[in-house]
Design a binder for this molecule. Sequence first.
Ligand SMILES: CC(C)(COP(=O)(O)OP(=O)(O)OC[C@H]1O[C@@H](n2cnc3c(N)ncnc32)[C@H](O)[C@@H]1OP(=O)(O)O)[C@@H](O)C(=O)NCCC(=O)NCCS
Length: 190
Amino acid sequence: MSPETAGDGAAAVQARYPRTVALADGRKVTLRLMTRDDVEAVLAFASSLDPDELLYLRVNITEPGVVERWVHYIETGRTETVLALDGDTVAGEASLLHNQTSWTRHLGEIRLQVAPRYRRRGVARLLVDEVEWIARALSLRMLTARMTLDQTAAQSFFRRIGFQREAVLWDYVMTADGKMRNLLVATKRL
Ligand SMILES: CC(C)(COP(=O)(O)OP(=O)(O)OC[C@H]1O[C@@H](n2cnc3c(N)ncnc32)[C@H](O)[C@@H]1OP(=O)(O)O)[C@@H](O)C(=O)NCCC(=O)NCCS
């Protein structure tokens, strides 16, 4: 991708937000890109996750320093994060992690979570549609998603939206409770 094309894509991404969309039950949520001003709301969102789910966070987003680093990646163009907001409350987030300078520069990795009380209403599906749109705008060719083999909701979700199982890496991750887990890598070609 040429720098000009990359710049056009980034400008198109900025121009797409904010947008208000309706969930299947009629409730409206606002979709917009995360900025530094969202740190407190994102920390509140992280603390709304169930304690057993916090074990499975790849990085602990309940820690202010971790969210600060996340904002740094947003500001330096390595991460795009779309927030789904119900008023001022973060209902869910989806991030596209990518690195234009490595030999995996055609890939984007999705990370997403939805607050427990907003689940099964289509929030994750909306967010992933946005991440796919952004990935195409940035000329990426493939999305990847990583989850442990015991995250069954995530597996059902990604299968449902067209990802396929690519590999299982045994004992590859250690959750916050110190247990090794098997990591599933799923992909979707764009
Ligand atoms: C996985 C997760 C993001 C799904 O969020 P969600 O907003 O509830 O998902 P949606 O409502 O958009 O679901 C879309 C489809 O995915 C599937 N799905 C979602 N949650 C499911 C579950 N718990 N069990 C089985 N299928 C599920 C269903 O097919 C669903 O369609 P349906 O409701 O019409 O049956 C959410 O459960 C979550 O945040 N989990 C913890 C974090 C995580 O595992 N993240 C993924 C790893 S990066």
